[in-house]
Ligand binder design. Structure first.
Ligand code: 5CA
Length: 443
């Protein structure tokens, strides 16, 4: 992509309404534009990141054996009356009527609809286990939408739902989700810590929230400092190996980490004083096991091996996809702008031509650009006739992990400069080695 033709409405000034750095940077780097309170349009650069997150989520969900579906944004109130949540949900649910005076609502989550799909088609235990998920816009009429995409009213969520015959099977699903979420966040360059939490209006007994530690986080968290040392690393986990998933879960959840201090205070007291931490975090996901709460209310049963009708055990699992864009920026930025992790960057590298219009510099850039594209990489080429300082400032703000700088002086010696956004370290390399280095980084 050529920056001269790319729609990135960069702002020079800090927008007054943005209180936290991710919101400020998302507006300044032209990722989003507020449409109205808590509702945003995603501009090309922001939308690209959102798509990259979505792809990572799809890949990890598919390898865990989960099946993607798409459910509607508008739902009939009837199903929600069946589960009892139509009245319970309160003012966060946006309600409306159609022309026939029928009650509709904008989906805040989708347990009811997916349970309806299940009960309409599945009657035997032989069709279990089953996990269906979607990535879809949700609406919750938050009383105080704030911090940009962090707490929106309209937001993008991956929501998944498992159906199992027994509690034991459902807990395997729970563990599998916990592991797949750890892997998903790690691929996004994030350290998300699973913490025990209250289950809230979704209901149920077992729940973990995934927290990214950040000063601007909305949740107060309490944990044993040792949990921050845990790393998923390069571990390859077979999602269908129950005991492997269980041992990852045990490892991560044996250490104290909660989003509310009220439970098990005695356990906290058992941790040596110097390891007791209190901090703030951004909740980027949550998984639930709620047993037969919805299946009983809505008649989602299967016949078991003895021919008995039995309600299925369920859980649901959510990832805040749009919130993650903000969380990734909170965790990866400096005073100049965003620093995208390589796994989610909107473009693989920037290409800065220091002397646009100089035939040699133009030809060298063109050549590098074409070769990167040929290798399957996406460069963002700053081909504008702006001074170098302005080009660097824009690239630093946008935050691509690598920048190639091409100028007449270097070209005389046959080299260009490759700069890491995170370390700021530059090296002079031939154009060929630069391209090869980037290929090997992103392979
Ligand atoms: N039905 C379950 C799981 S599918 C559910 O709705 N879970 S949730 O309420 O925890 O939401 C899942 C994730 O969506 C949260 O962890 C959070 O990352 C994100 N999220 C929730 N509310 C908002 C919001 N107002 N703005 C942005 N993201 C949100």
């Amino acid at each position: 992509m050529r920056l001269s033709r790319y729609f990135v409405p960069v702002l020079k000034e800090n927008p007054a309404e943005a209180q936290i750095v991710s919101h400020r940077l998302m507006l300044r780097a032209g990722l989003i534009k507020q449409a109205t309170a808590g509702i945003y349009s995603w501009l090309p650069l922001g939308f690209k990141v959102l798509r990259r997150l979505e792809n990572i989520i799809h890949e990890e969900q598919q390898s865990a054996g989960h099946q993607a579906i798409q459910m509607p944004i508008l739902q009939s109130a009837d199903l929600w009356r069946e589960s009892g949540r139509y009245d319970d949900y309160g003012q966060e649910m946006l309600r409306m009527k159609d022309r026939h005076d029928r009650d509709l609502l904008f989906t805040p989550t989708a347990e009811e609809l997916v349970t309806d799909i299940f009960r309409s088609h599945i009657t035997s235990y032989k069709d279990l286990p089953l996990t269906l998920y979607q990535i879809q816009w949700k609406f919750r009429d938050e009383i105080r939408p704030r911090f940009g995409v962090m707490r929106g009213r309209e937001f993008y969520m991956k929501d998944g739902y498992n159906f199992d015959l027994t509690k034991q099977d459902a807990l395997h699903s729970y563990n599998r989700h916990l592991v797949s979420y750890l892997k998903t966040y790690e691929r996004m360059g994030l350290k998300a810590i699973p913490m025990r939490a209250d289950s809230g209006p979704i209901g149920g007994e077992d729940t973990h929230e995934f927290l990214v530690l950040a000063e601007t986080g909305e949740s107060e968290v309490f944990y044993d400092s040792k949990v921050t040392d845990l790393n998923f690393g390069d571990r390859k986990i077979d999602y269908f190996d129950h005991s492997a998933c269980q041992s990852v879960l045990d490892e991560f959840t044996s250490l104290y980490a909660r989003t509310d201090e009220t439970h098990e205070p005695s356990l906290f007291e058992k941790i040596p004083q110097e390891r007791q931490c209190k901090a703030r975090g951004i909740e980027v996901g949550q998984i639930f096991y709620f047993g037969t709460k919805y299946s009983e209310a809505m008649g989602a049963t299967v016949t078991d091996a003895n021919g008995q009708d039995t309600p299925v055990h369920m859980g649901s699992h959510g990832i805040g996809v749009s919130r993650l864009v903000g969380a990734i920026i909170e965790a990866n930025h400096d005073e100049k702008g965003i620093i995208w992790p390589e796994g989610v960057t909107p473009f693989h590298c920037g290409l800065v031509n220091l002397k646009q219009g100089d035939p040699e510099a133009d030809a060298a850039c063109e050549n590098i650009y074409q070769n990167l594209v040929k290798a399957g990489l996406e460069p963002l080429y700053d081909d504008r006739t702006e001074r170098a300082g302005g080009k660097f400032a824009t690239m630093d703000l946008i935050g691509l992990p690598w920048r190639i700088t091409v100028g007449p002086r270097g070209l005389k010696n046959g080299v260009v400069e490759l700069t890491s956004r995170s370390s700021g370290i530059s090296q002079e390399l031939t154009p060929e080695s630069t391209i090869n280095k980037l290929i090997s980084i992103y392979r």
